[in-house]
Every structure is written in C-alpha cells, then in structure tokens.
Ligand binder design. Structure first.
Ligand code: NAP
Length: 304
C-alpha cells in the first residue's frame, strides 16, 4: 500500500506516520510518502518513508505527490496557526478550504482509493467563524471527491511537540503565576496525540471507517482551569492562575499585527477560546476502544 501524508512533517501528521509504521503485519510493501513544502535534505530512519515536495497551493505539485498513491491522509495547517497572514496566503480560506479542494481534485485524478482528512471539532454549516467556514468547504470537497473518505474531527490535541498545551507547561515551569486568557471556563475535550494518530492509522486500514465523520475527544469535558489543574498535579506544582479578560487581550494583541510573525491576533484569541466538545460514541463504535484521560496522557510524556 502506498500512503501519502500531507503535513507528514507536522505535529499530527508525524505521529500518524509513526502510528502506521508501528502496525504489525504491514511489512515492506507499505510505503509512506510525506509531503512537505521543502523536501531537500529530509530523511527518516525507516526505509519505508520518503519525502516529496508539494504545496497545497500548487496543483502541479499535488499531481506528482498523489501519483500511484492508494490512501491520502491530509493534515496540513498554515504556518503560525492560528494567526492568519493574508499577505503570504496563510489563511483558512487559502490553505484549509482551497488547499483541501485542490488535494481532493488531485486524488480523484490520480485514482486515489481513500482520503482520510483531519478536520476539527465543532465544524458545522451554522458557524460563521472563518476556520469553520473553511472546514465545511474542505469536508465537502473530500466527501464529493469520488474517493472513499473518512473525516476525523479532533478536539484539542495535546502531546509532545504540540503548539498549545506545551506553552502552558513552559509557563508553569518558568513563571511564578500562569496567565490564562478569558475566565478559564471554556470547555474542551483534550485528546492525546497517540489516540488521534491511532484513529487515523485505523482509518487508513479499516473498512468500518469508510464514509464516516468521526469526532475525536478524550473521555472528559474539562474547563481550561481544570486542564491547568491537571497539568500542575502531574508536574507536582501549584501556581496561581491569573485570568485576563478576553476583550483586553484582544485589544493588547492588535498592534502585534505589525510584527513579521505575531504570536497572537484578536481572531486567534477567539479561536483559542472556542469550546470543542465532540460525541465520542462513533469513535468508540468504529475503533473499538476508549481514549486515554488527560492525566494518563500527560503522565505518558511529562514524566519521562
Ligand atoms: N493540533 C490540534 O490540536 C488540532 C485539533 C483539531 C484539528 N487539527 C487539524 O489537524 C491538521 C494538522 O494540524 P497540526 O497541528 O499537525 O499542524 P502543524 O503541526 O502546524 O503541521 C502543519 C503541516 O502542514 C504543512 N504545510 C504548511 N503549509 C503547507 C502548504 N502550503 N502546503 C503543504 N503543506 C503545508 C507543514 O509542512 P512543511 O512545513 O514541512 O511544509 C506541516 O507538516 C490541521 O488540518 C488542523 O486543522 C489540529
């Protein structure tokens, strides 16, 4: 089987690559092609993994990347997400919506059998936010591609190399108090990267996942404050949480737009504070297992 992983150098794509490689019985016949914007000098210890240059804004590169592929796993995100940079084309519309449309069309032309797409929790036609509008377009392109498809909608994904929870881990290690945007009451369902990667690997291989849209979340719905309490319990620390009103943070970060790579923007603050709750019933039914709790997942990497 030849598998293309777009975003195979990223947080989620990299773990999906490794989860597929760990599957027993796949043997030497399975080849994984990781797509990256710059493949020069990239290598992996396993001879079954190769890198191919490709950009979701460039149809010709997608034609090459998808050639001879059986299954495409699509998990691209624009650099410095969730801060958009329209002058560079780093936007939800260009990368999530347009990029997925172009990738789905390339898959159809290359007769790719199946697409596994990493969407996001809460995606719905009713939501006006740009990230949901883009995911709706992307999901539709995948469903209408003519290929078999699986759409995974993860809640907040954490683990080694994540770009969000690890910031709080650094704050807790380095600062006497922990700054939290908002009132800390927004609820998410943190899901460990290993569970997301295994679900994607299953979706590549399992017929039960064909043409299904599957929410991925941990077993608990937790507020931001509860998440930070759990992180501190695992780390054995006790720092005070200092809440900053959302409106004040949005006002304070607006001038950062002048920087070449702003750490936050007003829209990114809204993205960070959205609730992300999923129905975990379909994941349980299709993958046949429960996902790990936040405390178990944190212990797996913070204690090592
Ligand atoms: N992380 C989460 O908590 C979370 C939650 C729900 C859903 N998701 C979804 O999961 C997917 C992956 O997210 P992630 O957190 O793994 O992102 P990430 O770590 O930032 O990885 C982004 C990947 O996209 C690639 N990329 C960036 N621009 C590209 C372009 N123009 N063309 C082709 N590839 C490009 C990068 O490759 P190069 O830099 O090597 O080119 C990199 O491999 C996204 O669709 C996201 O919406 C993530």
């Amino acid at each position: 089987m030849r598998i293309l992983i777009t975003g195979g150098t990223g947080f989620i794509g990299g773990h999906i690559r490794d989860a597929i490689l760990r599957r027993p019985g796949l043997g030497d016949g399975t080849l994984i092609r990781c797509m990256t914007r710059d493949a020069s000098g990239k290598s992996h210890g396993d001879p079954r993994v190769s890198f191919v240059a490709g950009d979701v804004r460039d149809e010709a590169s997608l034609a090459c990347a998808t050639e001879g592929v059986d299954v495409a796993v699509h998990c691209v995100q624009f650099p410095n997400h969730p801060v958009e940079n329209p002058s560079k084309g780093h936007t939800y519309l260009e990368i999530d919506a347009g990029g997925t449309r172009r990738l789905a069309a390339a898959c159809r032309r290359s007769a790719v059998r199946r697409i596994v797409y990493l969407s996001g929790a809460g995606t719905s036609e009713d939501r006006p936010e740009p990230w949901f509008r883009a995911k709706v377009v992307a999901e539709r392109a995948v469903r209408e591609s003519g290929c078999e498809w699986t759409i995974l909608r993860p809640s907040w994904v954490y683990g080694p190399e994540d770009h969000s929870l690890n910031r709080f881990v650094a704050f807790i290690r380095l600062l006497p108090v922990v700054p939290v945007i908002g009132d800390g009451k927004n609820k998410v369902q943190p899901v460990a990267i290993w569970d997301v990667a295994d679900a994607a690997a299953d979706s590549v291989l399992l017929d039960a996942a064909i043409n299904e849209t599957i929410g991925l979340g941990g077993p608990e719905e937790l507020t931001m404050d509860e998440i930070l309490e759990t992180v501190q319990r695992v780390m054995g620390t006790r720092r005070r949480l200092i809440h900053q009103p959302r409106w004040l943070v949005k006002l304070a970060v607006a001038p950062l737009a002048l920087l070449p790579r702003p750490p936050l923007s007003p829209a990114a603050v809204d993205f960070i504070l959205q609730e992300a709750i999923v129905d975990i019933g379909p994941a349980r039914r299709i993958f046949g297992r429960d996902f790990m709790s936040l405390e178990t997942g944190l212990r797996k990497y913070l204690e090592s």
